[in-house]
Design a protein around this ligand. Structure first.
Ligand code: TMP
Ligand code: ASP
Length: 237
């Protein structure tokens, strides 16, 4: 499938049109960014590793009955996806306290939660992705009650599939962020699922194996992503 004009360039991915309007090329670049674009570096092989990782997870989710925009991997760092009209909200589920949750409520990182927590954030780098709730989404027209219910349901369903998958590799799925969009009236999981948008800790040592390595300058970022991938059975990593 030939790449045509660039449709969109984000912080770590670029999306291109093809001759088929129902198929886009999503290219993972080697960029690593954090703190809403403030920290930026190029990490060798990150694009390739992220693309392979994302393809594996999207296929696992599809197999579990969660519809996604993913069609197929077409090269080391590119996959075909369906076009989506994205909702401007980010859906986060947390299984263990970390990151902004710990900061906001003064809860120690690593604290067990009595139940998983679902949160919405507004996707807006300039505003620093503020946390929002159902009322903001409806009142500001960022989505309907139906969108909210579907996103919450799908995001929580992803938790049961992926918590188990990572646990098989002795990795704790601490938290993650998902984005959704519409394709021909159907709500699909979009964007990506890679260690860039979740937290993954080694189950016995609690060593960080995700983008916190980059955020906190811990080094071995791509190496850790590969390690996670191998532990969950991605044979091509
Ligand atoms: P947080 O602790 O910074 O709120 O992030 C929670 C999880 O969601 C963490 O795995 C990182 C991910 N996330 C993103 O990938 N992008 C974002 O813009 C936000 C707000 C969170
Ligand atoms: N939205 C932020 C970013 O992608 C969150 C982070 O620090 O990862 O830059």
């Amino acid at each position: 499938m030939q790449k045509k004009s660039l449709l969109y360039s984000g912080k770590v991915k670029s999306v291109y049109q093809t001759e088929d309007p129902e198929r886009l090329v999503m290219e993972f670049r080697d960029d690593a960014t954090a703190f809403n674009g403030v920290k930026h570096e190029l990490l060798e092989n990150k694009g390739k590793v992220s693309n392979i990782f994302n393809a594996f997870i999207m296929q696992k989710l599809e197999a579990a009955g969660i519809k996604t925009h993913f069609i197929e991997q077409i090269s080391d760092n590119e996959s075909l996806v369906k076009p989506l009209d994205m909702l401007r909200v980010e859906c986060v589920v947390r299984n263990v306290a970390a990151g902004s949750l710990s900061k906001r409520y003064g809860i120690e990182e690593g604290a067990e939660l009595r139940a998983p927590i679902f949160e919405f954030f507004l996707k807006d780098d300039e505003l620093g992705d503020p946390m929002i709730n159902d009322e903001h989404i409806v009142a500001f027209g960022w989505g309907t009650r139906e969108d909210i219910n579907k996103m919450r349901e799908l995001t929580i369903k992803v938790n049961s599939v992926l918590k188990e998958l990572f646990l098989q590799g002795e990795i704790i799925l601490v938290d993650y962020k998902l984005e959704f969009g519409y394709n021909n009236g159907e709500l699909l999981l979009g964007d990506e699922f890679t260690p860039d948008n979740c937290r993954l800790w080694d189950a016995s040592t609690h060593e960080k194996m995700d983008k916190d390595r980059f955020r906190r300058g811990l080094g071995s970022v791509v190496e850790s992503y590969i390690d996670v991938g191998r532990r969950i059975g991605i044979s091509s990593l």
